[in-house]
Ligand binder design. Structure first.
Ligand code: PAF
Length: 282
């Protein structure tokens, strides 16, 4: 596996691969890999001739009071894991090369970024879409694979690609969970043992909502109250619980196909998100 550090070198590698008639599958990440990331890498390998994983803790998607400084990092472990997965290139640029001091362009998707996580993280999605747009230009992938845990991010990037007529297939990959149901996240390392137990309320809420929908409950307001009550049985604070359409992110009052239960909570100082497409089999 090659490790490439600069956008110029990365772009040169991609040009050669494309000139040889091969396709590139991209997995954009911020590193500190877990099984969720590895499953994205496997998916990209399945779909394209060559696989590139980007590893970049993107400073412009963090708010001033967020965890940029303490975001978990372990480059040597990450590069070993990526190599074991058969990744061709690990692209790990420096912030100064991604955002030279004169850079002043942002890619903004409006509307879809206002609610859910966008409401409490102003500027976050502009940071995400800007870096993802840059990665697409540098790496020129045929497809890019994103985890569905960041379900709003996936919807926003899918919209950006459609709106800009971008010839990149966006692939959403199912959430990977621990044996007890906790969705895998690099931020889970922040949790103490008791906070981790509390965090399981997210999965309990999903299981409850799926069951209620199977029983025929369709009033979002009723299910919302049940889910909030269930979450609050643990010492967590709720940032949002919402039932929204998977593509438009508009709230659904009457639950139907495409309904996603989306949640963000705080457990101690750690913000966790989770979601489930309630009508999808899995
Ligand atoms: O999901 C993430 O890890 C990041 O938001 C992404 C897509 C790599 C952009 O920095």
């Amino acid at each position: 596996m090659e490790i490439i550090r600069t956008p110029v070198e990365m772009s040169g590698w991609a040009n050669k691969v494309l000139a040889a008639g091969q396709t590139i599958g991209l997995v954009p990440t911020m590193g500190f890999f877990h099984e969720g990331h590895l499953s994205l890498m496997r998916k990209a390998r399945e779909k394209a001739d060559r696989t590139v994983v980007s590893l970049f803790v993107n400073p412009i998607q963090f708010g001033a009071n967020e965890d940029l400084g303490r975001y978990p990092r372990d480059f040597s472990r990450d590069s070993q894991l990526a190599e074991t997965e058969g990744v061709d290139v690990l692209f790990a640029p420096e912030a100064r090369d991604m955002y030279p001091s004169e850079a002043c362009t942002r890619v903004i998707v409006s509307g879809l970024t206002d609610g859910l996580c966008g409401a409490s993280r102003p500027g976050h999605f502009a940071g995400v879409t800007t870096v993802v747009a840059k990665l697409f230009h540098i790496i020129k992938p045929y497809c890019a694979v994103f985890g569905r845990k960041d379900f709003q991010q996936l919807a926003v990037i899918t919209r950006m690609v459609a709106d800009l007529d971008w010839d990149v297939e966006i692939v959403g990959h199912p959430i990977v969970r621990e044996a007890d149901g906790l969705a895998m996240s690099s931020r889970n390392t922040y949790l103490s043992a008791s906070e981790r137990q509390s965090a399981l309320c997210l999965f309990r809420a999903i299981a409850h909502a799926r069951r209620r929908v199977r029983e025929g409950l369709v009033e979002a307001e009723v299910l919302l109250q049940e889910v909030e009550w269930l979450l609050l049985q643990e010492s967590v604070t709720i940032e949002y619980v919402s039932f929204v359409d998977q593509a438009t992110l508009r709230p659904q009052a009457v639950l139907r196909k495409g309904a996603v239960l989306a949640m963000a909570i705080k457990v101690g100082a750690t913000r966790l998100i989770d979601n489930d497409n309630l009508f999808e089999e899995h």
